[in-house]
Design a protein around this ligand. Structure first.
Ligand SMILES: Cc1ncc(COP(=O)(O)O)c(C=O)c1O
Length: 389
């Protein structure tokens, strides 16, 4: 039976016990497993899908999460990690060697950009940056040492949407693997493997878990061979997830589709009203026809996401005044949880960029980023309206 993601997210993989099945996957809070057979023990050590041996290699709760996200993303297998950066770094370190070349989208999440800069400085991995919807630039940049094209479905904080089919097919023509960070879209809005990606990474800290109570990450693979390569590296790195974090994430995933619907609807209301407000100079959300990614987003995404940013006419002073005036939205890092969070990218998430870097990313001194929660939209609007006042 072919199930839609909304149904798959509810009916997660369940382990069978002796004659019955727990409706909710239990937390297997054990660091190791005992064996009757030395041969089964030895076999389990060497593969990601064998008998459970030791928690850093595999665990039934963690495997349930890996199977759940594999199903949602339409992949072959996954590795769950202790954070989004754990997934991203496991993929980069497993697939890259000194002297390799990477083509990466700019803008890029700060942690990933730092890691690529570090790989350049210490291991001679060269990086060519391209825009998120420029397949010709991928063709031009590709060379024999190019191993990866790295993209984000929706970028932070200006919400540019990558042309996944165009970019991934340019990479494939050049024999280059495509890795996509799908954190902002979640598999409810977009499944990059359907558009040619070889690897999808998530910070499950965000929408997949959804309740601002757990850190986690996952890398999903379109091929079992790639999965095995990265799994072998992630277990040596010690990046793999712990069972309680995996369980919290599984619990969050069951309401992912409902939450995404509300995140997107609330964002539409706030973005549309802010775009008409006299104190606001611009609103950046790919669901608005004025956004440069509107056409790509309309083709690629089933809805336009729960994060947007906006520029206040009064610049930095106005941005700071707004952020200290909201009463319901919380001034806080991260995104994708049930509560609305705001931050000032220029002084927080993107503080490592200088003025030129901020300008290149389109981030203004007065830009405010909003991760819209699932509260009643009119309560959110009332809060934003009073803060603008
Ligand atoms: C798009 C994106 N990818 C990856 C990460 C890193 O995730 P984590 O903080 O779970 O390591 C983040 C964190 O904000 C993110 O926004």
């Amino acid at each position: 039976m072919t199930l839609r993601p909304e149904t798959r997210a509810v009916h997660l993989p369940r382990p069978e016990l002796n004659g019955s099945t727990p409706i909710t996957v239990p937390i297997y809070q054990t660091s190791g497993f005992a064996f009757d057979s030395p041969a089964v023990f030895a076999d389990g050590m060497g593969r990601p899908d064998g008998a459970f041996v030791y928690g850093r290699l595999s665990n039934p709760t963690v495997r349930a999460l890996e199977e759940a996200v594999t199903g949602l993303e339409g992949g072959q297998a996954a590795v769950a990690t202790g954070s989004g950066m754990g997934a991203i770094n496991s993929v980069l370190l497993a697939l890259l060697s000194p002297g390799d070349h990477v083509i990466a989208q700019r803008p890029l999440y700060g942690g990933t950009a730092h890691m690529l800069a570090d790989l350049t400085a210490r291991f001679g991995v060269e990086v060519t940056y391209v825009r998120e919807a420029d397949p010709a630039a991928v063709r031009e940049a590709a060379r024999p040492e190019t191993k990866l094209l790295y993209l984000e479905t929706i970028a932070n904080p200006m919400t540019q949407v990558a042309d996944l089919p165009g970019m991934a097919s340019a990479a494939r023509e050049a024999g280059v693997l495509t890795v996509v960070d799908n954190t902002f879209a979640s598999p409810i809005l977009c499944r990059p493997i359907e558009h040619g990606a070889d690897v999808v990474v998530h910070s499950t800290t965000k929408y997949l878990s959804g309740h601002t109570d757990v850190l986690g990450g996952v890398a999903v693979f379109a091929s079992a061979e790639l999965h095995r390569k990265v799994w072998s590296y992630a277990i040596e790195l010690g990046a793999t997830a712990d069972p309680f974090a995996a369980w919290l994430t599984l619990r969050g995933i069951q309401t992912l589709a409902l939450r995404m619907e509300r995140h997107c609807a609330n964002t539409r209301l706030l973005a549309t009203r802010l775009a008409e407000h006299p104190a606001v100079a611009a609103v950046h959300w790919p669901g608005l026809p004025s956004h440069p990614s509107y056409d790509v987003a309309a083709k690629l995404l089933t809805d336009f996401g729960g994060v947007f940013s906006f520029d206040l006419r009064g610049g930095r002073a106005a941005g700071e005044a707004f952020m200290s005036s909201v009463r319901l939205a919380l001034l806080a890092p991260s995104l994708g949880g049930v509560e609305t969070l705001i931050l000032h990218p220029a002084t927080t998430s993107h503080r490592s960029l200088d003025a030129a870097g901020l300008a290149a990313a389109g981030i203004g001194e007065g830009t405010v980023r909003v991760s819209v929660g699932i509260e009643h939209p009119e309560d959110l609007w009332a809060d934003f309206a009073q803060a603008l006042g």
